[in-house]
Design a binder for this molecule. Sequence first.
Ligand SMILES: C[S@@+](CC[C@H](N)C(=O)[O-])C[C@H]1O[C@@H](n2cnc3c(N)ncnc32)[C@H](O)[C@@H]1O
Length: 235
Amino acid sequence: MSLSHSKTESFKLFNEIAGRYDLINSVLSFGLHYQWRRLIRKTLPRRNNIKVLDLATGTGDVALELVKAPQVSRVDGLDMSIGMVEKGRRKVQAKNLKQKIDLKVGDAQALPFPDNAYDAITISFGIRNIPDVPLCLEECYRVLRPGGRLIVLEFALPSSKLVRAGHLFYLRNILPKIGKALSGHEVAYKYLNETIEDFPFGERFTKLMADSGLENNRFEELTGGIVNIYWGDKN
Ligand SMILES: C[S@@+](CC[C@H](N)C(=O)[O-])C[C@H]1O[C@@H](n2cnc3c(N)ncnc32)[C@H](O)[C@@H]1O
């Protein structure tokens, strides 16, 4: 859950921290990221035999979570960082899931997939890192099948002023220090708070989803509003 200052190059930083990414995630989120990702699985369409695309898949944790759902027959993952994808592939192989999960290197703004190819698309802590969010959402709309669903998990800021102030203190002052100590990387965790503060969370994001053509767009605040889950359908 980190980011460089330059969004267009963020994936390069992820290459550098790929080896310690999972550990740092667990520490910085106090283990809550497992619970947040499980919710993505529960928001999947209920139809049988569905094919899912996980964008900004990173080290593949969402893909590994999604294949636990009985209705999921296959998950493809896509990420710009070769380092993150390679780590993910090793995890998939270790769990003997190569038949069900395929992780590829690629850009979420130019999806290398045909129209109407997937029943669901998921993006977990990735949309914030993508330079052109409307373009990514248009691409999601294109490759989703009619009846398909986009599910996005992303950081947000709590609406309560007091909780927001406390959370911003954590993001600006504590998290960069822990991130730097664990990753050994100067820049990676320095600007995380800026990307969270800049991201158009809540209704501004559901508006962007609607602009891409998605319908029934909704969101739910998780853990006091520090993370939101969004979902919308292609009809
Ligand atoms: C914070 S990680 C999230 C990884 C994973 N989804 C998770 O929940 O742990 C963000 C990921 O976005 C990827 N990314 C950044 N820009 C991208 C782009 N244009 N297309 C695809 N992936 C991108 C990075 O390489 C990184 O692996």
